[in-house]
Write a protein that binds this ligand. Structure first.
Ligand code: AOF
Ligand code: ZN
Length: 385
């Protein structure tokens, strides 16, 4: 098989893995392609935790044709008994001769053991083919497995002059319907969506996924995306019992510093789960502790959709991995509110430098993707509590 063929088959495995983008949580998205005599004899992806892994699905499809085939897998085959049996055993039983893997499984109970098991059984193993792309498919799973923290995206919608709401607080809708649909896809791939009580009180948002299945290009027919866990950062437990999100399917978690049993019971009765957290030195729920807690609940990808206070606090604490800014082609004027509240930032030297990783037009708006870059800022913090 030529190097070009190998790239082609791994690219196919990666594309198939994307079919699980909205459903595998908390498991990673994984794809597998089986090739014999330069023909695809089977392929599969992991759909949902508890259901068969990608390799198992591909082997079942190939049947006897799997014997002597090469398996292209986007993640190292597992070698443990979890909700499903080990894929290494399935590959060996099926008589797979060679395994090409894009990335090692960061899960400490696998982490190289799957590859060693295959090699020990005489299977030829190659790793690292299209590794970057495989890692980009599961940033949250990898970060949680390696550091006990979720991958955090922060989404904001702004005018061309970087304003997010008028001085009166009025803010709906800044961007167009196309950009809002894009945000719903972002929500749908996230395990949790985080907002602040200020946004709840001002806008009474639903924070759910409201797209029909055909608006998810990666989703297979008749499948619905999950609803992410809704998290409201609400230091003083001011959540109104009639908040719209509490009436909707899916769970809402209130993260608070208020431990009054009466206030908690009231929120519980309205359908919200309440978790009490320590306050950060600057006041308000300690977001680092909150994210560690979410990772413990197997939350892989977090989307912060909040106003300038919460978004600024998360950014200044070095907790944001990626910023997504939807920018609309209009001006809101200089009395309107900005993107981030960043207290203590007074000199040019204190600026928070960012790097563009993607810029594209979505309908009439722009979507800017950026990552923080400064090394002397706390960044990619691990869970160390
Ligand atoms: C694979 N192929 O398609 C996936 C893998 O509880 P289980 O049995 O589903 O195991 C989950 C773990 O298996 C998950 O944390 C990750 O380490 C690995 N996922 N491995 O060989 C797959 N989804
Ligand atoms: Zn497996």
């Amino acid at each position: 098989m030529s190097p070009d063929d190998e790239l082609r088959y791994m690219a196919r495995a990666l594309r198939i893995a994307r079919s699980g983008l909205y459903t595998t949580d908390p498991n990673p998205r994984v794809g597998c392609v089986l090739v014999r005599d330069n023909l695809v004899v089977g392929e599969g992806f992991h759909r949902r935790a508890g259901e068969p892994h990608a390799e198992r699905n591909a082997i079942d499809l190939a049947g006897d044709a799997a014997r002597g085939a090469t398996a292209f897998v986007t993640l190292e085959p597992c070698c443990h008994h979890g909700r499903t049996p080990p894929c290494t055993d399935a590959l060996l039983e099926a008589g797979i001769a060679r395994v090409v893997v894009a990335m090692e499984d960061p899960n400490p109970i696998v982490s190289g053991r799957g590859l060693r098991r295959l090699r020990a059984a005489g299977v030829e193993v190659r790793t690292g083919l299209m590794e970057q792309m495989a890692r980009a498919l599961n940033p949250g799973f990898e970060k949680r497995m390696r550091g006990g923290m979720p991958y955090v995206r922060c989404k904001l919608a702004a005018s061309l002059d970087g304003r997010t709401s008028m001085a009166s607080g009025e803010s709906v809708w800044i961007t167009s319907a196309d950009a809002r649909r894009d945000v719903h896809r972002l929500r749908a791939r996230s395990s949790a969506v985080v907002t602040g009580i200020g946004t709840v009180l001002a806008d009474n948002p639903s924070m759910n996924v409201r797209l029909s299945s055909n608006e998810f290009p990666a989703l297979w027919p008749n499948e619905r995306p999950r609803q992410p866990l809704r998290v409201v950062v609400d230091t003083h437990l001011r959540m109104p019992v009639e908040a719209r999100m509490l009436q909707l399917p899916g769970a809402t978690l209130i993260a608070t510093c208020e431990d009054s049993p009466r206030a908690i019971a009231r929120a519980n009765a309205a359908g919200a789960e309440v978790q009490v957290f320590p306050a950060a030195p600057s006041g308000g729920v300690d977001l680092h502790v909150l994210l560690c807690y979410l990772a413990e609940r197997e939350i892989n990808e977090v989307l912060i959709e909040a106003g300038p206070t919460l978004a600024g606090a998360a950014l200044q604490a070095g907790l944001v991995d990626e910023l997504l800014i939807y920018q609309a082609p209009h001006l809101m004027g200089d009395s309107a509110r900005g993107l981030f509240h960043l207290p203590g930032l007074d000199t040019m030297q204190q600026r928070i430098p960012l790097k563009f990783t993607d810029v594209r037009q979505i309908g009439i708006d722009l979507r800017l993707t950026l990552i923080p870059v400064r090394d002397d800022q706390p960044r990619n913090r691990m869970c160390e509590i």
